[in-house]
Design a protein around this ligand. Structure first.
Ligand SMILES: [Zn+2]
Length: 264
């Protein structure tokens, strides 16, 4: 009987925690409160930034901040204008450029975005940088980290979820957050997003960059360059291996949608 009650509570919980991703409308299950996701991720982001070497190139750092802020502002005003401002409640955008030869970038919940210097050789101008930053902003807005954490909690079974969500005990969330962010990785907070999340971030990223006035078609040239220069270790934004050809094909598919939002 107790088990059955647990099952019903779990079902109700799952139904009530089902939300949809802005713009794509995809249904997702978010079991962890935004507050808990933010608390756990801000600690890890802070730890990362403490040890990371910030870029000393002022022009490039300014470029990352300038393009990032523009995309974040356009995204925010769109969400506000469409009654979705709660999606980014408690967000506080930060855009950093750090020293590393890796062609990489990542985003943590709440809008904390880090770009590695190693990706800059593939970037000719603000518009191509907007491809990367739009993608990372999209991961944050779509709450992919929360979804990953929720998937792991689900995998741990119903009772764990109940303890977690109802009791709000932070220990398990912390553990799960640790797995999601790949703690222990040598130099990186690595979010192993699924291919589905990568494609969704690409799709939304094109729209966000377009809203900020950057031509989404630059994504094709950027990803072509990235594919040609790929080293043995694929960067996060390619880490779940949509093959390059597939990725570019998907981008082409999203393009008409993205161009509707493109403000010249
Ligand atoms: Zn990504």
């Amino acid at each position: 009987m107790k088990k059955l009650a647990g099952f019903f509570i779990a079902t109700i919980l799952l139904l009530s925690s089902c939300s949809s991703v802005p713009l794509t409308g995809r249904k997702q299950i978010l079991l962890v409160s935004d507050q808990e996701v933010l608390t756990s991720s801000l600690t890890q982001y802070g730890d990362f930034m403490k040890t990371a070497a910030k870029s000393t190139n002022k022009a490039q750092t300014d470029m990352v901040v300038r393009v990032g802020k523009k995309i974040a502002a356009a995204t925010e005003s769109y969400l506000k204008a469409n009654g979705m401002e709660s999606e980014i409640k408690n967000f506080s955008w930060e855009f950093n450029l750090v020293k590393s030869d890796e062609a990489n970038a990542f985003c943590m919940p709440g809008g904390k975005i880090v770009v590695y210097e190693g990706i800059l050789p593939y970037i000719a101008n603000d518009t191509e940088l907007a491809v990367v930053l739009g993608h990372e902003v999209a991961h944050a807005v779509a709450k992919h980290a929360n979804e990953r954490m929720s998937q792991q909690l689900l995998a741990q079974g119903g009772s764990a979820i109940l303890g977690q969500v109802v009791g709000g005990a932070s220990a398990t969330v912390q553990t799960v957050a640790g797995t999601v962010y790949g703690l222990g990785a040598e130099y990186a907070v690595m979010l192993p997003f699924s291919r589905k999340h990568e494609y969704e971030a690409d799709h939304m990223g094109l729209i966000f960059m377009g809203m900020a006035g950057y031509d989404p078609r630059a994504s094709i040239s950027f990803w072509t360059k990235m594919a040609q220069g790929k080293t043995s270790a694929p960067p996060e934004i390619m880490s779940t291996h949509p093959s390059d050809a597939n990725r570019i094909a998907e981008l082409e598919k999203y393009m008409p949608d993205a161009l509707r939002y493109y403000k010249k």
